[in-house]
Design a protein around this ligand. Sequence first.
Ligand code: CTP
Ligand code: MG
Length: 230
Amino acid sequence: MNTPLRQFIAVVPAAGVGSRMQAGKPKQYLEIQGKTVLEHTLNALLAHPAVSKIIVAVAPDDPYPAQLAFLRQPKIQLTTGGDTRAQSVFNGLCQIDSPQNTWVLVHDAARPCLNRQDLNRLLEIDDENGAILAVPAVDTVKRATEQQQIQRTEDRSRLWLAQTPQLFRADLLKHALQQAFVQGFSVTDEASAMELMGFRPHLVAGRGDNIKITRPEDLALAEFYLSRTL
Ligand code: CTP
Ligand code: MG
């Protein structure tokens, strides 16, 4: 069970360029209702009393953070991101003073619609395997051949789509990412690095509106979801 005193540090990778978004700037700096996507995302985390600090990894040459007043507050710390999302997360983890005693919540900068109830349910998990928010697959899932024909239909009942936040002990995640780098294993989320080390992170069913803004059409959807939660 979660104790009220358990505190969490959030690491937010925000060093991507948003190539699929095809906007004039990285998607975390696009505006929804007068605020950047990044500000919406950080607000969802800052609103939770158990989140004591947020480490945001931004690209080394990124001109935007210096212009954004909301980043200048005691709970937010900036660090330099890397060439991949996993490297950006790792750089964030390196800013944590005592990882053995810290639980870390990794959350994409591009997911501004995180819901408080989902976050609460994730934070209830107190297990060194860790836990992630995810949604069960709703569409029928096909595996393709190289010629893009259907090879077979997968059993959907056991398939989940991973979201963030993802919750782990900071020292275990840091070690897992290090091992993934050494083995040349490409990790698209934190859980996959932990899986590589033999951990079995818990799947916490989240809401489908916790979308990652990825393609141009996603911005209007995020705007709609955020307008309902105001
Ligand atoms: N990210 C990061 N460092 C990278 C690449 C991605 O911190 N080198 C972050 C992004 O800023 C985003 C999150 O990881 O918040 C999820 O990545 P994704 O949706 O793939 O964002 P981008 O890489 O920016 O987009 P794209 O893949 O379309 O270029
Ligand atoms: Mg990417």
